[in-house]
Design a protein around this ligand. Structure first.
Ligand SMILES: Cc1cc2nc3c(=O)[nH]c(=O)nc-3n(C[C@H](O)[C@H](O)[C@H](O)COP(=O)(O)OP(=O)(O)OC[C@H]3O[C@@H](n4cnc5c(N)ncnc54)[C@H](O)[C@@H]3O)c2cc1C
Length: 420
């Protein structure tokens, strides 16, 4: 059985891993990199209230209403076990209560599952902490965090300047630069030696998220053992180190499970003629090197929303899904696509592919279009994921639901064939 996943974002990578883990032969194709580098690395499930209470009340066309609470719960469990066992990333949290994390803008963001060492408000408020200032670091404003954190009732003991060794001479320093440097043991041993005097007496330290990609847990241990500091990380905007850590773990797990990854190709859908258009046959892949055909028993479409090419807004007030030309509902008048205030729900964000409970795209009359095509993640209709705070919860749970819905009938057919 060959499953082809289109898209290397959170939903596509998770779907590829789950499918391979269930024994399928998996190919993942992606035109570009998924957008985990633009994410805080946490898992927003339902930002506005307790997820387990809010979900049963949702309208029928919301992705979570199609996915259901049991699949969401199972997906989160699989995710937490996967990233901890494979990558040492221990995500805290559960479905019944959101955690509040301090952001780089000094605001609080509600999140279902938080990455390890994240700046969890409940932990920060237990005791005073110090903020580390790193000169020349892009998008990091410790004085702003100090001021906002104090207004939230947190006790900030002050801001301490921390020097950086070997900073780039001709451009600004980024969190990604520092994370790479922290992964080099000799460099960080020297740095911790330099930081020891200014951090003497500091037991709780808030830093931007830059403590390495691969040696993350070891680095936190070294801070504790050598400097006596427990570190809390605040994620900086793109490229976000916690998002990249997560991407690194998911990619490496997918490769370890034997997923074939084809990067840098643009996919177009191929419909299966002999099934009279009831099934998809595979993809045509284009790259600078030419074209190739890929056959599939199942395709999982994880090509993202407007921001990543899964949906395209056209000049003539129209929207299209470019891979299989799936039907989409959208207001004909483009002025109705956005709300007057950026803080309100945005109608354009709810545009997407409508699906059944197995996450198979529906036609204009509500009938399943192709038996073996499933859509997941940002391409799904029915939610403004940013406004709701549901982005990654929908990504993970839709991947879980689609993979299990797709693989079950194929397994049943295979076992009944064996019985005959
Ligand atoms: C501009 C931007 C801003 C963002 N801001 C935030 C933010 O503020 N907070 C936050 O948490 N997250 C943010 N994100 C991250 C993103 O929304 C989430 O990570 C998202 O939940 C993951 O979506 P996904 O898996 O559905 O697809 P994506 O991560 O969007 O990935 C889509 C994948 O599909 C591939 N693809 C698309 N079309 C084709 C094709 N024809 N052929 C082959 N491959 C194709 C793409 O190359 C990519 O690999 C942002 C993303 C973008 C792009």
């Amino acid at each position: 059985m060959r499953i082809v996943v289109v898209g290397a974002g959170l939903s596509g990578l998770f779907a590829a891993i789950l499918s391979a883990d269930l024994g399928a032969r998996v190919t993942l194709v992606a035109e570009g990199r998924g957008s985990l580098a633009l994410s805080h690395g946490g898992i927003e499930i339902w930002g506005k209230a307790s997820p387990s209470r809010a979900l049963p009340k949702l309208q029928a066309n919301h992705p979570y209403a199609k996915i259901g609470l049991p699949a969401l719960r199972a997906a989160l469990g699989e995710f937490q076990a996967l990233v901890e066992d494979w990558g040492g990333l221990r995500y805290a949290g559960n479905l019944s209560r959101n955690l509040s994390l301090l952001t780089a803008a000094g605001e609080l963001r509600r999140m279902g599952l938080a990455p390890p060492a994240a700046s969890n408000f409940d932990q920060l408020k237990l005791k005073p902490f110090t903020i580390g200032a790193v000169q020349g670091l892009l998008d990091y404003f410790p004085a702003l965090i100090e001021q906002k954190a104090s207004s939230l009732g947190l006790k900030v003991q002050g801001v301490i300047d921390l020097p950086v060794l070997d900073a780039p001479a001709k451009r600004a320093l980024s969190a990604v630069d520092l994370a790479r440097m922290f992964d080099q043991k000799p460099w960080r041993t020297e740095l911790l030696r330099t930081w020891k005097p200014p951090l003497s007496g500091v037991s709780r330290l808030l830093l931007p998220a830059f403590l390495g990609f691969k040696d993350f847990n070891a680095i936190r241990e070294e801070f504790l053992e050598e400097l006596g500091c427990t570190v809390f990380e605040v994620a900086l905007p793109s490229s976000s180190v916690p998002g990249l850590r997560l991407e690194r773990v998911l990619r490496s797990r997918a490769l370890d499970l034997g997923v074939e990854v084809i990067d840098g190709v643009q996919a177009k859908g191929r419909i299966d003629g002999p099934s009279r258009g009831k099934r998809v046959a595979g993809l045509a892949l284009s790259s600078a090197g030419g074209q190739r055909q890929l056959n599939a028993d199942i395709i999982i479409l994880a090509s993202g929303g407007f921001l990543h090419g899964g949906l395209e807004a056209l000049q003539e007030h129209a929207v299209r899904e470019p891979i299989f030309q799936l039907p989409l509902d959208f207001p004909q008048d483009r002025t109705l696509w956005t709300s007057a205030s950026p803080f309100n729900l945005q109608p354009y964000a709810e545009i997407g592919v409508r699906v059944d409970k197995q996450l198979r795209p529906l036609d204009q009359r509500g009938r399943v279009m192709f038996e073996n095509l499933h859509a997941i993640g940002g391409i799904l209709a029915g939610s403004d994921r940013t406004h709701e705070g549901t982005r990654q919860g929908i990504d993970l749970s839709s991947a879980y639901k689609a993979v299990h819905a797709a693989i079950k009938p194929l397994r049943q057919t295979a076992s009944s064939r064996r019985l005959k």
